[in-house]
Write a protein that binds this ligand. Sequence first.
Ligand code: ADP
Length: 464
Amino acid sequence: MKYSFRTKLSLSYIAVVLVSVLLISIMMNQLLDKHFRDYIIQNQELKNKAVVSQVSQQYKAGGIWNTEAIENICINALEQGMIITVKDVSGNTIWDARAHDNAQCEEILSDMADNMHSRYPHWDGSYVENSYPITSDSGDIGTVTIGYYGPYYFNDSDLEFISTINRLLMGVGAFSLVLSFLVGSIMAKRLSSPISRVIDTAQMISKGYFNDRITEESSTIETAQLTETINNLAETLEHQEILRKRLTGDVAHELRTPLATLQSHMEAMIDGIWEADTERLKSCHEEIIRINRLVGDLEKLARYESENLILHKTNFDISKLISQIIKNFENDFVAKNIELDFEAKEEMIFADKDKISQVIVNLLSNAHKYTPSGGAVAIRIISTAGKTEIHIKDTGNGISPEDLPMIFERFYRADKSRNRLTGGAGIGLTITKSIVEAHKGSIQVSSIASKGSEFIVKLPKQAS
Ligand code: ADP
């Protein structure tokens, strides 16, 4: 059985309050009963002693008792449930409640028993009698026997007090339940509504609406994290979707020209307009090679653009890495008679070594590619506050001001007349830029046509 988050939360609030109220009521009842019983027992003893003291004061010297006052005291006590018999030292009865009004005594006692039985069905009280000696300066002068329901009994006002407390407890319980229901419902609504919004957005995303975002702010940490995660997920998916669409468009665009050339050449040869000589077959072959290279480059780009989101950062010396790369390039530079200058100095950075290596390789191979024989390429590492800069400067062809803003675009080649077979597909700098930006860095270029170019990569220094 599945329940909504809201129902579960409301029910758990009510359950907690119900159990608490129940436990508090039971405990209060038990405690109250015990303490109240003890109080009643003690109070009874005090009342007994008070009666004995009052009676003893009614003894006058010479064995004279103020029977009128004793009667008042005893009738008063009878009304409180005490059946009193007063005897002098010789055993003569001075006052006997039963003799005075036995019917009233029986009625009072049976009322009390009824009262107690109605409230406590298992009450095991019974009629008890305690005798107290009455003494004066001359010694014992008599006894007071007090009969009552013992060990304790509750009179009307005692029972009223207990039932008031119980009513109060029940009222507090009912109020707490209503309050818990209200608070539970409000809290559940406040907690569940952002989650419902997250669900709606997640459903929209699963249907392909990647631009949907959750804008509601939540003060609950977990909900805020969930919202942020879903928004990030949507952003990543949207980015991937844009890349996928762009890639499809770019592939179509890039393949159209060589395929059209290939098709027209083949058709001309099939129709006999052109003779299928070695020259023409070679030209077709070159187009096929180009298509092949393009597909390879596209694969590389697709891989980089998706992989670039994940970086495996380590601490390493960028100077050492550049020195190693230079070693691999040295022969190419010597062969083309380009001077390669690098001032190595230790500079630790926290980055993805393989991907940064790809950046250096791309920039260095471009510098090699676009610098004519007799030129020079210089690599410098400059350390600034919070950033490590890698400068790669060449004395090559340079890039015209109108091409400069476009060179990081995929498939953009500044030199359109250049033989597309020897040049790249125009994705090297796109990959380079995406790697640098994944590191939260930046890449800049300054160039003067036919004088040379300088590429500056800035990477943030991050604590490991
Ligand atoms: P490619 O594979 O064509 O080299 P890139 O993305 O690496 O593609 O470079 C894009 C374009 O930028 C190149 O076609 C070239 O025209 C220009 N470019 C890149 N680096 C340099 C450089 N060091 N000197 C002159 N032009 C350059």
